[in-house]
Structures are given as C-alpha cells and as structure tokens.
Design a protein around this ligand. Structure first.
Ligand SMILES: Cc1cc2nc3c(=O)[nH]c(=O)nc-3n(C[C@H](O)[C@H](O)[C@H](O)COP(=O)(O)OP(=O)(O)OC[C@H]3O[C@@H](n4cnc5c(N)ncnc54)[C@H](O)[C@@H]3O)c2cc1C
Length: 299
C-alpha cells in the first residue's frame, strides 16, 4: 500500500491526501516535488504522517502573484509552476539578541522553549539572557527545570516586585552587562563573560527570541501581517482555518501562529488543506455548471 512516507518530501497539502488532487511542495523555492494523490478510500496516511508533513513545511511556495485564484510561482532555480490555490507554510525565523558567541550555540546550548528542550536541559546551570518583559516569564518557566538559574538583565528593566519574586524562587540576578558567551573547551557553552571580565559559568542559555514569520518571496502577495505586543514577533494574519484576505491563499503553522509546536502546526495544515479542497470542489462545480450552460446556449 502506498503511504506518504514512500514519497519523501513530495507530500500533498496536509489533510487532502485521500483526495485525488495534484499538489506541489516547494522547499526554499528550489526542490519541486509532485505527487498525484489517487486515493480511492484506502487509508493512505497516519497522524504521524500529518505531523511530519506539516513539520516539513508542506506547500510552502515562493509566489509572486495570484491572478484570480491561479498562482504563478517563479522558483529560485528558474522554473515556474501554477497552482489554483496556495498554502503558505514557511515557518518562522528566531532572531537572537546580538551577543558575541551566542548564535553558534543556537538549538544546542542556546534554547528558547522549555517545552521543546526542557528534558534535555533539566538540572543544568541555566542562564536567562533577558531581552525584555517576555524574559521574566521565561525565567519562571526555566526555574521549573533547574535550581541553578541566573537572570542576566542586560540593561532591561526589572522592577523591585519582580526581583523579590525571583529571590523567593532562588533566581539570582546579574545586572552587570554581558560582553560575550564563552565556549567550553570540550564544546558547548562554558559561561557568560561580563563587561568587567568575570565569567559566570553556565551550560545552557535561554533566550526569548523575536519570532518572525518567513516571508521571503511572498511580498507581492501583500498578505496582511500582525505584530505581537512589544515587538516580540510578527506573523501572517489569518482567519478561520488559515484563510487570508487574499483570495486563494491560506497560511498554516508557525507562519500564522508563532507559538504553535509540531502538533498544532500539523493540525493547522490539515484544517487548511480541507478548506482548500472544499473551495476547489465548489470551484469545479461552478466551472462545470458554467460549461454546461454555455453548451446549452450554443444549442
Ligand atoms: C531549536 C528548535 C527545537 C524545537 N523542538 C521542538 C520539539 O521538540 N517539539 C515540537 O513540537 N516543536 C519543536 N519546535 C518547534 C517546531 O519546529 C515548529 O513548531 C514546527 O517546525 C512548525 O512547523 P511549520 O511547518 O509551521 O514550519 P517549519 O517546520 O519551520 O517549516 C517551514 C518550511 O518552509 C521552508 N521555507 C521557508 N521559506 C520558504 C520559501 N520562501 N519558499 C519555500 N520554502 C520555504 C523552510 O525551509 C522549512 O522547510 C522546535 C523549534 C526549534 C527552533
């Protein structure tokens, strides 16, 4: 039996794999893979398949125009493709503060999400590199994972009430400016160097990143965007099931919901896929009716 997993990267828009439609996935505007789903009621996918598909960024095209529900997508390799509907699933980009030595540890010693990395960093000496008010809550979350937590204010405000709350939880506060993140000799993070030269040993640093939906190649669609409070993020503005104000274009996953994890992203892709297919079913019927009526007229 054919399954999604037999077609690496060529997975149709999530949720429409039981429906015989041609779907194209574009990753970074280069790899174009096609599959014509021939579902006839057989079980062709699984929840894991849905999760995997959304995580891979199903249906993330580089598009420049949407003339009346038909999208033309010039790809980075020069090819073009057409689609009647578009699902944008370009994900997001995490923007780190500009601290020397920090970016090289991203995803390993430098983490942003206790729900993604909590188990791996439990009981480690963790530092919070503050970026603003969002870092206060971040600290409380990471305090659940370790007794050894240091909060580097980095020039951000920390009021007396919050300092008292941190003290009650045993969170140490360092107000001295941070000059760099120092790597350990054997790899990983060794500590945080302060402007005076002192080194605060840390193995893990948590940063509340600024999350920005990836928009490369999508500017000409003029999809509405929405900013999170305090400049903490920017994402595509969507309505029910990822619909946008631009006809024929849906957005799913982190590009629309910055806090969605794999499960929520996959679910959003499935929902959008179903809506797109429903939309096409109506369009096909409209076209059939139109053709039939023109046929009658000719007679
Ligand atoms: C370090 C780290 C660890 C994480 N750990 C977990 C975890 O343990 N559990 C969990 O549930 N979640 C985790 N997450 C979150 C999870 O990765 C996301 O929720 C999920 O990947 C979102 O899926 P998505 O399909 O919206 O976007 P993505 O998975 O980011 O996919 C977007 C795809 O679109 C492509 N793309 C971008 N722009 C274009 C373009 N212009 N043209 C074509 N293609 C483009 C990208 O290359 C990418 O392949 C983690 C995130 C990070 C950063």
């Amino acid at each position: 039996m054919e399954t999604w997993f037999d077609v690496p990267g060529g997975v149709p828009a999530v949720g429409v794999d039981h429906v015989p439609r041609e779907v194209v996935e574009v990753v970074l505007g280069v790899a174009v893979q096609r599959r014509i789903a021939e579902g006839r009621g057989a079980c062709r996918s699984s929840w894991a398949g849905l999760g995997w598909a959304a995580w891979r960024g199903v249906g993330a095209p580089v598009a420049t125009s949407v003339p009346t529900h038909r999208t033309v997508s010039p790809l980075a390799d020069g090819r073009t493709l057409s689609a009647r509907r578009l699902l944008v699933a370009t994900g997001l980009r995490d923007v780190l503060p500009d601290v020397r030595g920090l970016a090289g540890h991203w995803g390993q010693g430098v983490v942003h999400c206790p729900y993604c990395h909590g188990w791996e960093v439990r009981d480690e000496p963790i530092g919070i590199l503050a970026v603003g008010p969002a870092s206060v809550h971040h600290a409380l979350l990471f305090r659940q994972l370790t007794d050894d937590l240091v909060y580097f204010t980095r020039g951000t405000d920390l009021d007396e009430d919050t300092r008292a709350r941190f003290a009650a939880r045993g969170i140490r506060v360092v107000d001295t400016p941070v000059s760099e993140v120092v790597s350990a000799e054997g790899g990983g993070i060794g500590g945080v160097r302060l402007s005076g030269g002192d080194l605060v040993p840390r193995r893990v640093l948590a940063v509340a990143t600024t999350m920005r939906a990836r928009t490369e190649g999508l500017d000409e669609l003029h999809l509405p965007m929405r900013d999170l409070p305090g400049g903490t993020g920017r994402h595509f503005a969507t309505g029910a099931a990822g619909a946008t104000d631009v006809p024929g274009v849906w957005v799913a996953g982190n590009a629309a919901d910055l806090s969605a994890q794999v499960g929520a992203s996959a679910a959003a892709g499935a929902l959008a896929g179903a809506r797109i297919n429903a939309d096409l079913a109506v369009a096909d019927t409209d076209a059939a009716l139109d053709a039939a009526e023109r046929g009658v007229t000719r007679v």
